[in-house]
Design a protein around this ligand. Structure first.
Ligand SMILES: [Zn+2]
Length: 306
């Protein structure tokens, strides 16, 4: 990714002043999930934007010059972390020339630090063979309990940056947590008859979701996270699905359906395109609606396979 130097130069001229101007805080989330949670906490005390869109693969976002402009003016950058954005975010942060939002700066929040992270590597950290999850699974926002952890961290960070409104952020965070807990009771009831259902997923996006809602993921269309399907691995997946009578293949909206469709033909399974992020479908306008949408989609599909 290359950003024309003229645009970077104009970005610097437009917003180089480090001191925060009066008015709402400018908050940037790398994903729409983080932006949604930040909006819940920040209310009208901040303007919140997302860099990526929910229908994009968050590992591989096409960086645009406009991202540099946004980062240059940001008071707070919230990243998913665990190297999810390593392929596109670091050069943008550098080019923003905004000291506050550099990793370690007061305006940088790594959302993964307080979240429950699954699939932590044992032994040496490595991106060997192209595995894009070298420091634990970064798709942790798909457990609503982690949504609460992120909201708490955002509230603390906003209070640090804008101390005068600390009680406002704390109250908004408590209210969000309460609504999320109420929604969780509804989701738990929806999925209860289907706990233990075995599924295959395209990418390893769903371990936190599966843990929270009681699904059993028995395999992946990708041989490793970030590695495209191969014929021999596909045969292994088909055999495992036949052995265990698996009837659902979950596919994130940004993957090609060719391999999932061929696996479905061989196994009689159903391919379900299930968005892992806010904005993955136009009706998924916030974090709570993401789970409303996915659980309805999933439970309807499981019902249809019975
Ligand atoms: Zn991933």
């Amino acid at each position: 990714m290359k950003i024309p130097s003229l645009l970077v130069a104009s970005a610097l001229l437009l917003g180089a002043a480090p001191a925060r101007a009066a008015g709402p805080l400018k908050v940037i989330g790398t994903t729409e999930d983080l932006a949604s949670i930040a909006r819940e906490v920040a209310g009208d005390k901040a303007s919140v934007e997302s860099l990526s869109r929910g229908y994009q693969d968050p590992h591989f976002v096409e960086a645009k010059p406009s991202f540099v402009l946004k980062l240059n003016k940001a008071d707070l950058l919230i990243a998913v972390g665990r190297e999810l954005e390593i392929g596109w975010l670091p050069p943008l942060i550098t080019q923003s020339r905004n000291a506050k939002i550099q990793p370690g700066g007061e305006g940088y929040l790594d959302a993964s630090l307080t979240a429950r992270i699954l699939e932590m590597p044992t032994g040496q950290l490595t991106r060997a063979m192209g595995d894009v999850h070298p420091s634990g699974n970064p798709h942790f926002w798909l457990d609503p309990e982690n949504g609460k952890h992120v909201a708490k961290a955002v509230a603390e960070k906003l209070s640090e940056l804008d101390h005068a409104n600390a009680s406002y952020y704390a109250q908004r965070e408590a209210d969000f947590e309460k609504r999320l807990t109420e929604a969780e009771a509804r989701w738990t009831a929806m999925i209860a008859p289907y706990r233990g259902t075995k599924v295959v997923t395209y990418h390893r996006s769903w371990p936190n979701f599966a843990e929270h809602f009681g699904l059993e993921v028995i395999g992946y269309v990708e041989p490793k996270p970030g590695i495209p399907p191969s014929p021999s691995h596909t045969i292994d997946v088909i055999n495992a699905m036949k052995r265990q009578n698996v009837k659902i293949i979950l596919v994130e909206p940004y993957f090609d359906l060719k391999t999932p469709d061929s696996i479905a033909r061989e196994t009689g399974a159903k391919v379900l395109v299930m968005p892992p992020s806010v904005g993955g479908e136009k009706e998924i306008t916030d974090y709570i609606k993401l789970f409303d949408y996915d659980l309805k989609l999933l439970t309807d599909a499981i019902k249809a396979t019975k």
